[in-house]
Design a protein around this ligand. Structure first.
Ligand SMILES: [Zn+2]
Length: 339
């Protein structure tokens, strides 16, 4: 098949690789209808993660089941499915506790930016829905359910957003923007999006942000404090993963507030003393996508949310390298790829 591979920092190729095969009887092979580039794909692209030269890359996709293993019962060839980036059995103790991203049978999509992807634990992982024939907006929103929307949702859940709250979203990437949707769905009354980029500010407002703060660092923290009468936010969604973003997130949280973090941490040093003195709670991690899928899928189907609007560039899969460049240079929020 044709797939996206990474050979070194900045070296994305679209080339022929072996087709993925059923490895376990619980696997399925999915023919990708649409895939996309994740903000976290930029870490290896920028040389900040170790790279295995020639490895396929991409963990977000939706598609049609091509083939299933002998122990797969519920999912059938021909089903249109949302593929959560982390695969899980949906039955083990961790899944039952809602931490599907720590499933004892955890796996992950490794060729989402390709023609085919293997999915482990197909019955537990995959969520079937009607194929969005000729509806690109619906397709985009279903694709957003494979990672970015549930991750933004997880940030809001981890931060403890509840009705009436003031929520701050740090990060105006696709996850942050989905975090705005999530905070709004969970009933936050004031949603402050921290963003310097006009098109992203606009989308944040469309998704439910009531305020936008463009300033960063200490200045940004001061502006949020002013907007909240010096109190700070009840819930803060940290959707970047850098030390600056975490410092800002903790800085804008009110005493007793919560910070939910979903950005893959890179070089973060936690000010434990500050957390202690101000009773700030911190939780988060890899989103248990499968846990949230039923609820979010219904919201998409009923057109209550349109997370697919984070895709502002669609390219043929063969032009995937251009997509990485566009996201790296922040010319695109998120890139959708069609084989
Ligand atoms: Zn499990």
């Amino acid at each position: 098949m044709h797939a996206t591979t990474i050979h070194a920092a900045g070296d994305i190729r679209f080339e022929e690789v072996p087709d993925p095969q059923l490895k376990r009887p619980t696997d399925a092979i999915v023919k990708v209808t649409a895939g996309c580039i994740c903000g976290s794909d930029l870490w290896p692209y920028r040389g900040e993660n170790r790279i295995r030269p020639g490895a396929t890359i991409g963990h977000e996709c939706v598609g049609v089941v091509e083939e299933v293993g002998s122990e797969v019962r519920d999912i059938r060839a021909g089903d249109f499915v949302v593929v959560p980036f982390c695969h899980c059995d949906n039955t083990c103790a961790h899944c039952r506790a809602g931490v599907h991203s720590a499933c004892v049978n955890l796996g992950g999509t490794t060729s989402g930016q390709a023609e085919y992807a293997r999915v482990g634990q197909a019955d537990g992982s995959l969520v079937r829905t009607e194929a969005p024939a000729d509806d690109d907006a619906l397709l985009a929103s279903l694709l957003a359910l494979s990672d970015v929307m549930p991750t933004g949702w997880h940030a809001a859940v981890a931060a403890g957003v509840k009705p009436g709250d003031t929520a701050v979203v740090v990060g105006d990437g696709a996850v942050g923007l989905c975090g705005v949707i999530a905070a709004s769905m969970l009933g936050a009354e004031r949603i402050i999006a921290m963003s310097r980029h006009e098109p992203r500010q606009e989308l944040a407002r469309a998704f439910g942000a009531t305020h936008v703060v463009a300033a960063r660092g200490e200045e940004g923290v001061a502006e949020v404090r002013e907007l909240t009468d010096g109190i700070g936010a009840d819930a803060v969604l940290e959707c970047v993963g850098t030390n600056d973003a975490m410092t800002t997130a903790i800085g804008v949280a009110r005493p007793g507030g919560g910070v939910g973090f979903v950005g893959v941490p890179h070089g973060i040093e936690l000010p434990v003393r500050t957390l202690f003195e101000r009773n700030i709670g911190l939780r988060g991690g890899i989103a248990p996508v499968r846990r949230y899928l039923p609820e979010l899928l219904t919201a998409v189907q009923e057109r209550r949310i349109e997370p697919g609007r984070v895709f502002d560039l669609a390219l043929p899969l063969a032009e995937v390298a251009d997509g990485y460049r566009a996201m790296d240079e922040r010319r695109a929020i998120k890139v959708l790829l069609r084989p």
